[in-house]
Structures are given as structure tokens and as C-alpha cells.
Design a binder for this molecule. Structure first.
Ligand SMILES: NC(=O)c1ccc[n+]([C@@H]2O[C@H](COP(=O)([O-])OP(=O)(O)OC[C@H]3O[C@@H](n4cnc5c(N)ncnc54)[C@H](OP(=O)(O)O)[C@@H]3O)[C@@H](O)[C@H]2O)c1
Length: 340
């Protein structure tokens, strides 16, 4: 079966996704009978669209040489915006991997609405549109008889959303706890090894792990965005970012870490959804975890989650994610799962 992809966002994730579509071509064909082709692609330079399929190596070469997709031979167009690209694309799936923007969700939110309206499935690693408009987008998908898969939005390659939404489908999830921001987990570990917060952050920035503007990570907002998605997808709670109490790690000092260690505890930035007096409480904050807590087994470099359920007890999963390939593979698994 041929699956036509419109791929918007050709950065760290989008490029790796295209590489995997190419390198896993035989696996996709032999294992799932899927022949994935890219019929549209977009980045900040514009777009390219060709109903017979764009050539993936040509796209990757353009990106490697610093050119945008607008330079694609014959079919590239600099004046094309992403909405026009989707409205004109002959595609079955929008694969949307532009930047996470939780101010207005753009450009992803508009292209997702347009794709769903054209009865295209949506697969994305982009948190912004889901954080802002999860119930609206899923209602639109249902109305049009198509699906939105977004397993890469929370902890990249770790199937947090799939476990909670699909695999625990017959259970009542009673609690979720996660270490779902890699940067802060790295920094807290470095601080526990004697570095100051500023030195640890600088080191992470030099390694390219933390952004030049680390606010989203260190102030807890990236983890809060992911918690909103977990709550909507897995706990079926139509919550927004304003429903999460958020505290980052700037206030954590070496003294706090030493005090915790003296009591056999570890400080982690924990994203938590738990029922209190019958209603759900959502928090992201530094917490002291006992050494026996499963999330203590999530050191710097890893992300991990713990679900508590009525029937299956505790489910703990973690991943060591050192580059964007696991996230790109999560995007590809979502494309596969659309057709299973
Ligand atoms: N990196 C990870 O490991 C990871 C893990 C989980 C989730 N995510 C999420 O995945 C998404 C992509 O991340 P990334 O690391 O690949 O980001 P990135 O490297 O910055 O790539 C973003 C891509 O989006 C394109 N883009 C930005 N604004 C656009 C616009 N207005 N119109 C068209 N294209 C636009 C950029 O175009 P240009 O190429 O022309 O600049 C670029 O190709 C983000 O939402 C991120 O939060 C990333």
C-alpha cells in the first residue's frame, strides 16, 4: 500500500525522519506492506510538492548544503506558505515537525486543522498545537474520520503516550509521575556531583543539550507542556497549561541536594498527575524522592515515567536518548500504526 506523506519541518527530527523512511524502506514494505513516499515538504524557505514523489536524498542534500526546500529542482517554490502547501498537497498524512510554539501554536496548528479538514491523518512531534488545542484537534479528526498520532511529543522515543493511552486502555490510571525533561535531569545530576547550577547549565549549553535560552527547560515549562499532553491523551482530562502548578529548578541549591542525600533521597524535577480528594492535581516541581523510588533509576541522560494503575499495578519505563533518531523513529512508528 502506498502512503503519501506531506512532511513539514525539516530540522533535527524532520531530516532524521526522512532518513529513516529511506533506510527502513524494505522493512516497511516487508513487515507492513507500506510504501511511504514524500509528495510534499516544507520549511522556512517555502515548499515543494510533486504528486509522484519527491526524492528524499535530494531533499537531504539541499538541507545539508544549507539550502531550503524552495531550492528543490522544478517543484520547489519560495513563495509557498505551509497552509497553501497542505491545501494543494496530494497526501494521506501530514507529518508536522516544526518548532514547538505554545503562544499561538503556529505554524503547526493551522496546517493541522487544514490537513484534518482535508481528511489527512496527522503525525507530529510538535507539542504546541496539542498543548493549546488538544480537544479541538481530536474532535476535528473524529469529525473527518482520521487520526492524530503524537507519540513523539512526550520524551521523544519513549512510548509514554502509547503506554498510557493504548496499552493501559483497560485500566484506570491512578497516578502518573515522570522525569520528562532531559536538560534539567542532566543539570540536577551535575549539581549532585558538585557543580553549581550556573556551571552545570553552562556546561549543558556547551554540549548542545541545553538551549541558549534555557527558560523553557529550567523553569519547568517544557515538562509542563508534556504533562498537559499526557493528561489529555492518557488521563482523558481536557486540561490546559494554566491547570499545572509549575516550579523549575533555579531554586535548587547544592545544600538542598546535600540535605536530601543525607536522608537517602534524590532531588528530581517531577511532572505529576495525581488524584487528591477526588480531583486531579497537576504539578511540575523539584521533589525529594526516596532512593527506592523507581524514578531515581532515571539518571542524567535518561527520561522516565511511572504509571500507577488499578489492575496492572506500576509500569515503569525509561529511555536514554542521546540524539534525535529515537524521536524520528517514534514519528515513523506513528505512521506505521496508522495503517495497522
Ligand atoms: N529534537 C528532538 O530530539 C525532539 C524530541 C521530541 C520532540 N521534538 C519536537 O519536534 C519538533 C521539531 O524539533 P527539531 O529539533 O527538529 O526542531 P528544528 O531542528 O528547529 O527544526 C524545525 C523545523 O521547522 C521548520 N520551521 C520552523 N518554522 C517554520 C515555519 N514557520 N514554516 C515552515 N517551517 C518552519 C524549520 O525550517 P528551517 O529548516 O528552514 O529552519 C526546521 O526545518 C519540535 O516541535 C520539538 O519540540 C524534538
Amino acid at each position: 500500500m502506498q502512503v503519501r506523506l506531506a512532511v513539514i519541518g525539516l530540522g533535527n527530527v524532520g531530516k532524521r525522519f526522512l532518513e529513516l523512511v529511506q533506510s527502513k524502506h524494505d522493512l516497511l514494505k516487508n513487515r507492513y506492506d507500506l510504501d511511504c513516499v514524500v509528495t510534499a515538504a516544507g520549511d522556512t524557505s517555502g515548499g515543494a510538492s510533486y504528486f509522484k514523489a519527491l526524492d528524499i536524498p535530494t531533499i537531504l542534500e539541499l538541507k545539508a548544503s544549507g539550502k531550503g526546500i524552495a531550492a528543490y529542482p522544478t517543484h520547489g517554490r519560495g513563495e509557498l506558505n505551509m497552509l497553501e502547501l497542505i491545501r494543494g498537497a496530494e497526501a494521506d498524512v501530514l507529518v508536522e515537525n516544526t518548532l514547538t510554539n505554545v503562544k499561538d501554536g503556529e505554524p503547526g496548528l493551522s496546517t493541522m486543522r487544514a490537513a484534518l479538514g482535508r481528511k489527512m491523518h496527522v503525525v507530529t512531534a510538535n507539542k504546541g498545537p496539542l498543548v493549546l488545542a488538544y480537544p479541538e484537534l481530536f474532535a476535528l479528526a473524529k469529525q473527518n474520520g482520521v487520526k492524530i498520532y503524537h507519540s513523539a511529543t512526550v520524551a521523544g522515543g519513549l512510548p509514554v503516550v502509547n503506554i498510557g493511552r493504548r496499552d493501559l486502555g483497560a485500566c484506570d490510571i491512578t497516578k502518573f509521575e515522570g522525569i520528562i525533561n532531559g536538560t534539567t535531569n542532566h543539570i540536577l545530576q551535575a549539581m549532585s556531583q558538585g557543580e553549581s547550577f550556573d556551571a552545570a547549565l553552562k556546561h549543558m549549553q556547551e554540549l548542545g543539550i541545553a538551549e541558549a535560552d534555557p527558560t523553557l527547560d529550567v523553569d519547568g515549562w517544557d515538562a509542563a507542556n508534556k504533562l498537559v499532553i499526557v493528561a489529555n491523551a492518557c488521563l482523558r482530562l481536557p486540561v490546559k497549561l494554566s491547570d499545572v502548578r509549575v516550579e523549575g529548578i533555579r531554586g535548587v541549591t547544592p545544600e538542598h541536594i546535600a540535605q536530601a542525600r543525607a536522608q537517602n533521597q534524590v532531588i528530581k524535577l517531577v511532572a505529576r498527575a495525581a488524584r487528591e480528594l477526588g480531583s486531579w492535581k497537576l504539578t511540575v516541581r523539584p521533589e525529594r524522592l526516596d532512593a527506592s523510588h523507581p524514578l531515581v533509576q532515571v539518571p542524567g541522560g535518561y527520561m522516565g515515567v511511572l504509571y500507577e494503575t488499578d489492575i496492572n499495578g506500576q509500569i515503569f519505563a525509561r529511555i536514554k536518548e542521546e540524539n534525535p533518531y529515537p524521536t524520528a523513529a517514534a514519528v515513523l512508528r506513528d505512521v506505521i500504526n496508522l495503517y495497522q
